[in-house]
Design a protein around this ligand. Structure first.
Ligand SMILES: C[S@@+](CC[C@H](N)C(=O)[O-])C[C@H]1O[C@@H](n2cnc3c(N)ncnc32)[C@H](O)[C@@H]1O
Length: 358
């Protein structure tokens, strides 16, 4: 693909890939900090710790070029020039770093007012060198770790990420990593249906959730993406409900997903030797599990406001809108009385109550 093809390619073309979802999220993330006339933070830092050379063997753009493609769209935003913009691309392989620099130049992505920090660094060294920036409360951070790097997301790294102020992160678990999770004794015992990909992914999420410091308000969401024969389990983290809400909005965008969430469940087709479900099953299984848990929690009076409902949505990696059916059903049955069917993320601080009827 030539640089011109890359720039001209309609953004929504093609199937959703893990990089596509990352790019879509970056497109939502940049304007939060670059669009306001009075910026929320004086600096933004974007980290890609396993950046690669910028394109794959088919010349398809990789994560760093996609990030820059989105960033350049905001060159005339009000905050551009007021917010310091830092892009950190690291890879242990110096040849790949050299190719990445050439690729950035040949695509015309050497953007003005952007500080580029592109270095051949192993993750451990790069992460250590980034700790001050990650801990800076005046700077917003977006961190991307692709599936090559997930083994490096140790409990210590994970805790540092979740403790970083204004830091959203995305990382991917490949199918093989999910298999390892499934076979891990501590996790294996908790999975009701080891043949069900969705259960494995939830268990993986629970593993990370258990690493959160007690009482820490933090949002983690799982999401599944299929590419060819591979399924990637994506884990997104944000300290802010608006961050996770935006991420789920992106991930579920109708035109990207062709309504997979609406597919019927047909469990008859699952053979015991089948390790991972097809995507349609993953999505349907996800909605069913969410609805059943939401209904149980409401009937057992454990949710008292729209924020509680929203948190259940986030934990299951579904949109707030997915709560509508259960809320409407329980209202109709006279179990609850509510003034909303879809929780509103903007009412996060002053949520509407759920009144119990029965
Ligand atoms: C799959 S490629 C990255 C692709 C890139 N994220 C993209 O989407 O275009 C994985 C990269 O991780 C790098 N890598 C592997 N182990 C690493 C480590 N411990 N620290 C830094 N980079 C590493 C490899 O050199 C390789 O370029």
């Amino acid at each position: 693909m030539s640089p011109d093809d890359f720039h001209n390619k309609p953004f929504d073309e093609g199937t959703l890939t893990k990089l596509h979802i990352f790019e879509l999220y970056a497109r939502e993330w940049f304007p939060v900090f670059l669009a306001p006339e009075r910026p929320l933070r004086n600096a933004i830092h974007v980290f890609d710790f396993f950046a690669g050379p910028g394109t794959d063997t088919q010349n398809t753009p990789g994560s760093p070029l996609r990030l820059l493609r989105q960033l350049q769209e905001f060159r005339s935003a009000q905050g551009w020039g007021k917010v310091r913009i830092h892009v950190h691309f690291y890879d242990e392989d110096s040849d790949k770093v050299a190719r990445l620099k050439i690729n950035i130049a040949s695509h015309g992505f050497q953007l003005p007012n952007v500080s580029f920090d592109i270095q051949a660094l192993r993750f451990d060294d790069a992460f250590r060198a980034s700790e001050l920036v990650l801990g800076n409360s005046q700077a917003a951070k977006l961190v991307f770790i692709d599936q090559t790097g997930v083994a490096h997301v140790t409990p210590d790294v994970f805790r540092k990420l979740v403790n970083s102020p204004t830091c959203d992160f995305l990382f991917f678990l490949s199918s093989s990593t999910l298999h390892r999770f499934r076979d891990h004794p501590a996790i294996w015992q908790k999975i009701d249906r080891p043949e069900d990909y969705f259960h494995v992914h939830r268990a993986a999420l629970e593993y990370y959730r258990a690493l959160l410091p007690p009482g820490q308000e933090y949002y983690l969401a799982p999401f599944s993406i299929k590419k060819g024969a591979n399924i990637y389990g994506l884990i997104f983290g944000s300290a802010h409900p608006l961050g996770i809400d935006k991420f789920l909005e992106v991930a579920w965008r109708k035109d990207e997903f062709s309504g997979e969430a609406d597919f019927p469940i047909d469990r008859e087709n699952i053979r015991p030797e089948q390790l991972l479900l097809p995507m349609t099953e993953v999505q349907a299984s996800k909605i069913t599990a969410f609805e059943s848990e939401l209904e149980n929690l409401l009937r057992s009076r454990r949710l008292s406001s729209e924020v509680d409902v929203m948190k259940v949505c986030f934990e299951h990696g579904v949109k707030r809108q997915h709560a509508r059916a259960v809320l409407a059903k329980l209202k109709k049955e006279g179990v609850i009385d509510i003034d909303f069917y879809v929780p509103d993320v903007k009412r996060f601080r002053e949520p509407r109550p759920i009144r119990m009827r029965k």
